[in-house]
Ligand binder design. Structure first.
Ligand code: S3P
Length: 173
């Protein structure tokens, strides 16, 4: 099984990916962690020292390495991965890969992400929650066209981790 989980920042891609991998005894790969270990820098450090364009190139390269070489895996992408270069097309064309867009209602997403913005370079500077919400709404709107290209769409709104995992397993069958 090769599974790619995608969606906006803060939807729970890594948490759910880890649970899915554990359930099926698969290798779990978090794309951000993979990049961090290759670069020997944290994601905020990559953005700060090398810039976003460098990060996006490293992200595309890491994605390519994983989906072309790894046997079975659960891979959690970064929120921006599907949006840049040919990443989404590469995912769709990779043999045997199932992609799932994890969705959350906007208010839950905004509330959760506002508390978790510190280590996310694209949003860490927001202090005003209304301005933050305006940004997230627009950003998600722009990105959704890429997210909706996934093989499956799963709405996690109002679901706890174990319900989300059950739904994810069901949607892939
Ligand atoms: C990004 C999302 C982050 C990380 C980087 C850029 C984005 O991953 O890749 O900060 O462009 O949405 P998470 O979705 O895991 O926060």
């Amino acid at each position: 099984m090769k599974v790619v989980l995608l969606g906006y920042m803060g939807v729970g891609k890594s948490t759910l990916g880890r649970l899915l991998a554990k359930t099926f005894d698969l290798r779990f790969i978090d794309l951000d962690a993979y990049i961090e270990s290759k670069e020997q820098l944290t994601i905020p450090e990559v953005f700060q020292k090398k810039g976003e364009i460098y990060f996006r190139k490293a992200e595309s390269l890491a994605l390519h390495e994983i989906i072309s070489k790894e046997d079975n895996f659960v891979l959690s992408l970064g929120g921006g991965t599907p949006v840049y270069g040919n990443n989404m097309q590469n995912i769709m064309e990779a043999p045997g890969v199932a992609s799932v867009y994890l969705k959350l209602n906007i208010q839950t997403l905004v509330d959760r992400l506002f508390l978790q913005r510190e280590f996310r370079p694209l949003i860490s500077h927001y202090e005003d929650k209304n301005e933050f919400e305006e940004f997230v709404r627009k950003h998600l709107f722009e990105r959704q066209q890429f997210y909706f290209m996934a093989d499956h769409v799963l709405d996690l709104s109002g679901k706890n981790a174990s319900d989300s995992l059950e739904d994810l397993i069901q949607v892939m069958n």
